[in-house]
Design a protein around this ligand. Structure first.
Ligand code: HEM
Length: 406
């Protein structure tokens, strides 16, 4: 099998459901490998980390998109993502990131701990009631989706009654983050993006009239004060906060619980020592990363891992593969919360390092031990179904039995 075939095996439906064998096939060619004309895959931890921090590499922003896919402007999904900080380069990126990070303060995040604990407690109680008598419940539908949606909606100031709408729109829009997308999938993503844009246009108008203590009000003020954030950028960043803020965390909770249920001794350790949750959550992030890849293009020639990347190369930075690099993590396929060097690349690195990492970690650190303690008999109930998605790795459903609550 050559490197192009190894990459094709990763992109196949089977590779999307279980990418780890394909990562090993790619790794056999070295930490950085050419997989097609101008296309390179990175599986090495040190190399991916270095490239994410290298200012010669750029996001595929609007300007670069115009050269290869000028139709992006006609797609609400692609243009919303392209205008947000996630896909821009300096100076736009630095300006937007500073503004949003200024509103996304540690104080605001710490204040969410109580919201997370309250909402997690309520969801566990509902799950216990629905699963009474041994009937299986779907952990994704009953917990992994509603918790991050509730938390991000509370942060953004979205009324509780509107939460169910967001789940579908945001799930539809995330299709546009896949490395390859069909016209039918793009149409679904576009519909989601349009709904979200319309919704946030109204929310922004409402918060302008009556500001609250939420992130949307803070960003509206940044826009209105000195036009430091344009109206389009304001909407695009609100949408990306919502989307980045819940599909990913949903998958951390789903992938995380599945790993814990498959490792009962480790789960028991967390149940007895909830204060060890930070180490467990970091290892869960490494072991089965909710975000498996990101992409960059090289603005100049770059030499890395013994490979010369010419200007204009297209890079697939395989975070999920870097997290299993044996040069960084001995026995990488073993789940071990006591590793000396956690720091997985699941939140990226460098200037685009995840703005919500603190919030996502907080949600998992509160929710996972609470689930294990309040539902000590929680167990898998039949085969879960994986989503056929590579970038955002998670489950469609994860059936469990809840047993007797503690
Ligand atoms: C960026 C992962 C949760 C907001 C990123 C990036 C990754 C990532 C890998 C960098 C992308 C790149 O460099 O190309 C994750 C994971 C999460 C999570 C695995 C959950 C387990 C969140 C949450 C929020 C959020 C809860 C917000 C509430 C963002 C934003 C960016 C970002 C705004 C863009 C930052 C920038 O471009 O400067 N995330 N994320 N994420 N994330 Fe997260």
């Amino acid at each position: 099998m050559d490197a192009a075939e190894a990459l094709a095996s990763l992109m196949s439906p089977q590779g999307r459901v279980d990418p780890y064998p394909a990562y090993e096939r790619l790794r056999a060619f070295g930490p950085v490998v050419q997989t097609g004309p101008g296309l390179y895959a990175v599986t090495g931890y040190a190399e991916a980390d270095e490239l994410l921090r290298d200012s010669r590499l750029r996001m595929l922003d609007g300007e670069l998109r115009d050269q290869i896919l000028p139709q992006w402007r006609d797609s609400p999904a692609l243009s919303s993502i392209a205008r947000s900080m996630l896909r821009t380069n300096p100076p736009d990126h630095s300006r937007m990131r500073r503004l949003v990070a200024g509103a996304f303060t540690p104080r605001r995040i710490t204040a969410m701990r109580e919201v997370v604990a309250t909402q997690a407690g309520e969801l566990i109680a509902t799950m216990a009631a629905d699963g009474r008598g041994g009937s299986p419940v779907d952990f994704m539908a009953e917990f992994a989706y509603p918790l991050p949606v509730g938390v991000i909606c509370a942060l953004l100031g979205v009324p509780a009654a509107d939460r169910p709408l967001f789940r579908r729109w945001a799930a539809d829009l995330t299709g546009a983050l896949e490395p390859e997308i069909t016209p039918a999938e793009l149409a679904v993503a576009d519909a989601g993006a349009t709904e979200l844009r319309d919704y946030f246009t109204e929310l922004v108008a409402a918060r302008r009239r009556i500001p609250g203590d939420d992130l949307t009000s803070a960003l509206v003020q940044a826009h209105d004060a000195e036009e430091r954030l344009s109206a389009e950028e304001l909407l695009a960043n609100l949408v990306i906060l919502l989307v980045a803020g819940f599909e990913t965390t949903t998958n951390l909770l789903g992938n995380g619980l599945a790993v814990l249920l498959a490792h009962p001794r480790a789960a028991d350790g967390l149940r007895r020592h909830p204060e060890q949750a930070p180490a467990y959550v970091d290892e869960l992030l490494r072991y089965d990363s909710p975000v498996q890849l990101t992409t960059r293009t090289s603005g100049e020639a770059v030499r890395i891992g013994g490979v010369e990347l010419p200007t204009g190369s297209w890079l697939l930075l395989l975070l999920g593969a870097a997290n299993r690099d044996p040069r960084r993590y001995p026995e990488p396929d073993r789940f071990d919360p006591w590793r000396a060097l956690p720091s997985p690349l699941s939140f990226g690195a460098g200037p685009h390092y995840c703005l919500g990492a603190g919030l996502a970690r907080l949600e998992a650190q509160v929710a996972l031990p609470m689930l294990l303690r309040r539902l000590p008999e929680l167990a898998p109930a039949g085969a879960p179904r994986r989503r056929i998605r590579l970038t955002l790795r998670g489950y469609d459903n994860l059936p469990v039995t809840v047993g007797e609550p503690a």
